[in-house]
Design a protein around this ligand. Structure first.
Ligand SMILES: CC(C)(COP(=O)(O)OP(=O)(O)OC[C@H]1O[C@@H](n2cnc3c(N)ncnc32)[C@H](O)[C@@H]1OP(=O)(O)O)[C@@H](O)C(=O)NCCC(=O)NCCS
Length: 169
């Protein structure tokens, strides 16, 4: 395995993108059908992991965009006085192909997403990273420092947040 991270280019054809399988039907369908058009329209930016040992096969990805959340979502976090609308980065989709799971590739993707969040905050303002977690991925994000929002009332998927000051990359 020789995995490299790069910015997704919608003008390219990626080996294995149509066969990508992270064992999550909605995310698989997004990669097969919607990733390219969404990035083409600049609705999000994507970064991909490709395996040079397998003909640059598409083995993982995330998409990210700027977002705005209502401050009420952060009420359980005790972050002091804040305006009603909070600018943040939003991790929209994340997945690692089932043949590559458990090798810290999800962590590698998240490290890059959080580095981008820090960089964007310096340039245009961002209070942290927001995401809607699949229930099976909540523990994965908690290990990275994300807090569940709204406690027991959390709907599915579960909204999570990591304030800028708690990002360690
Ligand atoms: C979640 C996902 C991206 C993790 O990718 P991965 O490459 O297997 O994760 P890593 O190897 O970097 O794991 C990092 C740590 O998180 C843990 N972890 C990974 N997936 C986990 C999960 N679903 N639940 C709990 N812990 C998890 C690992 O055991 C590891 O723990 P450690 O640091 O104590 O050893 C991957 O399982 C996936 O694609 N899942 C399906 C799609 C999905 O749910 N995406 C998120 C939607 S919000």
């Amino acid at each position: 395995m020789n995995v490299e991270l790069s910015l997704y280019d919608p003008a390219l054809t990626y080996t294995g993108q149509k066969q990508f399988d992270c064992e999550h039907a909605l995310i698989n369908s997004f990669v097969h059908n919607s990733l390219k058009p969404q990035v083409k329209k600049s609705l999000s930016v994507a970064y991909v992991l490709t395996d040079a040992d397998q003909g640059d096969r598409f083995v993982g990805f995330f998409t990210i965009a700027q977002h705005m959340i209502d401050v009420s979502l952060l009420s359980s976090m005790q972050l002091g006085s804040l305006p009603r609308k909070i600018p943040c980065s939003r991790l929209i989709m994340l997945g690692v192909d089932k043949r590559y799971k458990g090798q810290k590739l999800g962590s590698k993707l998240m490290k890059h997403a959080l580095t981008l969040t820090l960089s964007v905050a310096k340039q245009i303002g961002s209070f942290g990273m927001y995401l809607d977690a699949d229930p099976l991925a909540v523990d994965f994000y908690q290990k990275l420092g994300f807090a569940l929002l709204e406690g027991d009332k959390t709907p599915v998927p579960s909204p999570m947040f990591l304030p800028l000051g708690s990002i360690c990359v």
